[in-house]
Design a protein. Structure first.
Length: 208
């Protein structure tokens, strides 16, 4: 596989528009190097979060041991446990001191699919492989040790492979699972590729 694609640089992440970054991440490729095994998937679904709204873990600048990473510079990984089971991978954005991040909700598998399938304990590749935030981290080998990882290192990173995403391919909706955020739960900050089966609410039950 070609590993010479350019990584996204720091300036991509440190922009002060988390919604724009969430959209721009669609079509980019999330890559991991776990024990020398490189796996990758094209990002097809994201969600934006900001300290200004209730769905964000750092709402109103809440700074705890868990959320401290959100205040680091854009380009830092934020990995946390959901329900004590699922590891969710987020990309911290904006400059240091401003808590914003993008959750990666779905990827389309590209490289080392056999390894990804094995990590997920699936008998064969199907749309449940990476069509959800907990599924994709398991498939890519992302663990809690990747929390606070700098995304310009060669452990976990995002690169540009030249996929062109037309504006009419992008759909938006309210984010998933954040009803507790009251009116902020209605913000249309979830972005995904139209008719892509690897989106978390896509055609997950269809085998390939």
């Amino acid at each position: 596989m070609d590993t010479d694609y350019p990584m996204l640089n720091e300036s991509f992440y440190t922009r002060n528009e988390v919604v724009r970054v969430a959209k721009d991440l669609l079509g980019k490729v999330l890559v991991t190097n776990v024990d020398g095994v490189i796996s990758a998937g094209k990002i097809v679904e994201t969600e934006a979060y900001s300290y200004l709204e209730r769905a964000c873990h750092a709402y109103m600048n809440r700074n705890t041991n868990r959320t401290q990473v959100l205040f680091e510079r854009g380009g830092t990984a934020y990995v946390y446990l959901c329900y004590g089971i699922h590891r969710l991978f987020n990309v911290v954005t904006n400059v240091a001191g401003i808590a914003e991040a993008v959750l990666i909700r779905g990827v389309e598998p590209l490289d080392n699919i056999e390894a990804m399938t094995r990590r997920r304990a699936l008998k064969k590749k199907n749309y449940s492989l990476t069509s959800g935030p907990g599924k994709l981290t398991q498939a890519l080998g992302i663990k809690m040790e990747h929390n606070r990882e700098w995304l310009l290192n060669k452990k976990v990173w995002i690169e540009d492979r030249g996929y062109v995403i037309a504006g009419d391919e992008i759909r938006e909706s309210a984010r998933i699972g954040v009803a507790y955020a009251k009116e902020d739960a209605l913000l249309p900050w979830r972005f995904f590729l139209r008719e892509n089966p690897w989106v978390s609410k896509g055609f997950n039950n269809y085998n390939l």
